[in-house]
Design a protein around this ligand. Structure first.
Ligand code: SIN
Length: 176
């Protein structure tokens, strides 16, 4: 018997919001509960280099929080290739987890999310926002300037009507 391969949902909250760069058949703004977005992950393979890491987002558990991002539906036929692509792209400290995402329509889906937890070697953790901004301004990696990551994320969240004070404040600081 051949078992059917189901569609895959991917929840993006960082670069995957504004630059998915993988095949999908549908994408919608969506939110997850119990998580907040923070620029606490170091990046030595995209927005910085070894010895001079940039700062990118991860999700931090927070009971009363919600986090808006973009959810993508990947066709069963693209599932394997998309997972291989994302595993490679997110290899700098992120691991696969599952979250329940709620679309603006009220529809709920179980989605794959890439999360960087404090036990990964690139994790930087909390720092004053002006120190994070200074690090972002100075950092460049193979994917481009770190500032671009912050500004494009802020722009994409604003375009979907999502508020994220941490991202908005950092975007203001890095552009000041
Ligand atoms: C994501 O966007 O969902 C993961 C983090 C990143 O690639 O910026």
């Amino acid at each position: 018997m051949v078992r059917a391969v189901s569609a895959l949902w991917v929840f993006g909250y960082g670069s995957l919001v504004w630059r998915p760069a993988f095949d999908h058949q549908r994408c919608e703004p969506a939110k997850i509960q119990g998580w907040t977005r923070r620029f606490w992950q170091g990046s030595t393979d995209h927005r910085g280099v070894p010895g001079k890491p940039g700062r990118v987002v991860t999700l931090v558990p927070q009971a009363d929080a919600e986090c808006w991002g973009m959810v993508y539906e990947v066709a069963p036929s693209d599932r394997r290739a998309v997972l291989a692509n994302l595993d490679h792209r997110e290899k700098g400290g992120y691991a696969r987890h599952e979250v329940a995402a709620e679309l603006k329509t009220g529809e709920r889906v179980d989605a794959l999310v890439y999360l960087a937890t404090p036990d990964n070697e690139s994790y930087l953790g909390e720092a004053p926002l002006d120190a994070i901004a200074a690090q972002v301004r100075e950092s460049v990696g193979p994917s481009g300037p770190n500032i671009e990551y912050v500004v494009e994320l802020a722009r994409a969240l604003s375009a979907m009507g999502a508020s994220d004070p941490h991202v908005e404040a950092l975007a203001r600081l890095v552009q000041a």
